[in-house]
Design a protein around this ligand. Structure first.
Ligand code: ADP
Ligand code: MG
Length: 562
């Protein structure tokens, strides 16, 4: 008794506890993820220290997390055999907010209220989420090392906590939650099991749940069967992406993908890689076979999951992928990001920028490989995600070359799609550019008078029929050094002989009075009337003036009644 000390919480902690207890009502179950993640951290820290101090392990070699529901006492204990905390560490770690920006965080949390209870973990104050479900928390911890003294930390979150010496024979920390009367659901085996599977399945350490089973032995005094308890590992205890490629079968990849995305079908392709160098991370990325129902233009769900050191941080981490790769699914597991990373921090993190660069490169490599090895599968991908991928042509300067190799268009060469590389291989002697025309459908374009001059020369024309094409193709500009030129452009410069040129000039001179007369009649309807040689069969066609509004814009305006 005499050895019990009473400490006051730092003002920010009181503020935080106040919020946790009084205004966060939804997603209370996240406390388990937070405490398991702390236990996992503690095991990781120990594992790291034993590299240089192997004696720290002692005879307690198992690195594990135990979850012990006790219905009689109304408590839930989360226990680990990790690094543990000394007296001073208990005071500091569980009584103050270590990092700067905590004030801003508290403001953010109180503004957003219950909607963003997830912020708690992301901001590195996860321990206090225990008070979402408990009115009293006890932490008994014994640091690693011989003859270490254990201490008990207790608080009811009313401004103070106490610390006193405790008995604990094993290394590590046990956090015991005295559950609030209305939170007893967290004693239920199946509830716990499903929470662990949902949130913590990929924690690299075994998570053992204490389960009670009726025993075979009949109790002599009551004449009834008693119960026995045992521990069951409920997570896989090893993250799939952390295993080496040669140890993973295609079926395992596919199953993992289904688990991750809730997709019923296996993925079209995947890439699994680890980078070393200045950024260490592991990634496993999948391309789905079909378009998910929830992915119209901008909506996205799940996307790429971010893990930090095997601990799940967030779903759909937009910062890891550009919008034009939003159909990609998978996992990025960084060794360099802090566990307490928040969305705000991700947005201006150099680590994230570097990861993203790698992820983009690897994804484009995967698509390129697919297009070469399995052209049929690639066309399926192009059909589903081509319009999204094409957004990258207009928005991502750096990737134009790689994207240029991935685009597929309809063309006058034959029915079906062609790549730009194939187009270039068919280019005629003297052909300067890759020609394309934009329109509603292949059928509408095939008869277009704009193409007569090109057709006469035997030049192939790409038919761009997706609404995104006009600005996307303009973004691409060139492929393999060949410019992409719209067949609608007024000054379509086809290579011509001197003779042709001379003939043209004479021709225009002779028709001058006609063009002037036409201009007078058409007045405001056109900006210019010109003699052209691009038509062979049709008498006249409309073209875009330089800097004029592109046809697709006109079409859009028309469709929306201006
Ligand atoms: P974070 O985990 O992001 O640092 P928390 O509020 O979850 O923030 O935990 C605060 C600190 O308390 C941790 O950084 C760690 O030092 C300490 N801690 C919490 N739980 C444990 C544990 N099970 N074992 C050892 N230390 C712990
Ligand atoms: Mg934590």
């Amino acid at each position: 008794e005499s050895q019990r000390e009473t400490h006051s919480f730092q003002a920010e902690i009181n503020q935080l506890l106040n919020l946790v207890i009084n205004s966060l009502y939804s997603h209370k179950e996240i406390f388990l993820r937070e405490l398991v993640s702390n236990a996992s951290d503690a095991l990781d820290k120990l594992r790291f220290r034993t590299i240089t101090e192997p004696e720290l392990l002692g005879d307690q070699t198992a690195l594990e997390i135990r979850i012990i529901p006790n219905a009689d006492a109304g408590t839930l204990t989360i226990e680990d055999t990790g690094i543990g905390m000394t007296h001073d560490e208990l005071v500091k770690n569980l009584g103050t907010i270590a990092h700067s920006g905590s004030r801003e965080f508290l403001e953010l949390l109180s503004q957003r209220g219950q909607k963003d209870v997830n912020l708690i973990g992301q901001f590195g104050v996860g321990f206090y989420s225990a008070y979402l479900v408990a009115d009293r928390v006890e932490v008994v911890s014994r640091p690693a090392g011989k003859d270490a003294q254990a201490f008990r930390w207790i608080s009811e979150a009313k401004g103070t906590f106490t610390i006193e010496p405790a008995e604990r024979t094993t290394r590590g920390t046990a956090v015991t939650l005295h559950l609030k009367a209305d939170q007893k659901e967290f004693l239920d085996e199946w509830r716990l099991r499903s929470l662990i599977t949902q949130y913590s399945d990929y924690v690299g350490h075994p998570i053992q749940l204490q389960v009670k089973k009726p025993s075979e032995v009949i109790d002599a005094s009551t004449g009834q069967k008693g119960t026995t308890s045992s521990f069951e590992t409920v997570n896989k205890a090893s993250a799939l992406w952390q295993r080496s490629k040669s140890d993973i079968t295609d079926e395992q990849y596919q199953e993992f993908y289904k688990h991750l995305t809730h997709d019923f079908e296996p993925p079209l392709a995947w890439t699994h890689f680890r980078t070393d160098g200045n950024q260490q991370f592991t990634s496993l990325l999948f391309v789905p076979k079909h378009k998910p129902f929830d992915m119209d233009g901008t909506a996205r769900r799940r996307g790429v999951r971010l893990f930090v050191k095997r601990v799940f941080i967030m779903d759909d981490c937009e910062e890891l992928l550009p919008p034009w790769l939003r159909f990609v699914r998978g996992v990025v597991d960084s060794d360099d990001l802090p566990l307490n990373v928040s969305r705000e921090l991700l947005q201006d993190s150099a680590v994230v920028r570097s990861i993203r660069k790698h992820v983009v490169k690897k994804t484009l490599d995967l698509l390129e490989k697919l297009s070469k090895d399995k052209p049929e599968d690639y066309l399926t991908l192009w059909k589903n995600f081509g319009p999204i991928l094409k957004e990258g042509l207009a928005s991502d300067n750096e990737q134009k070359e790689k994207l240029g190799a991935l685009v597929r268009y309809e063309s006058s060469h034959q029915d079906g799609l062609t790549s730009l590389a194939d187009y270039v291989s068919r280019m005629k002697e003297g052909q300067q550019a890759i020609y394309y025309v934009f329109g509603e459908s292949r059928k509408a374009l095939e008869g277009s008078p704009h193409l007569e001059a090109l057709r006469k020369r035997g030049y192939e024309v790409l038919y761009l029929t997706d609404p995104v094409d006009e600005w996307a193709a303009q973004g691409l500009r060139e492929f393999n050094g060949k410019p992409l030129v719209s067949a609608l452009q007024a000054d379509l410069k086809l290579q011509e002989t001197d003779e042709e040129k001379k003939e043209k000039e004479q021709h225009a001179e002779g028709l001058k009075s006609l063009t002037e007369r036409m201009k007078e009649v058409l007045k405001n309807a056109v900006s210019e009337v010109r003699v052209t040689h691009r038509l062979t069969d049709s008498p006249v066609c409309l073209v875009l003036p330089e800097g004029g509004s592109p046809a697709f814009l006109e079409r859009l305006l028309r469709e929306h009644g201006r």
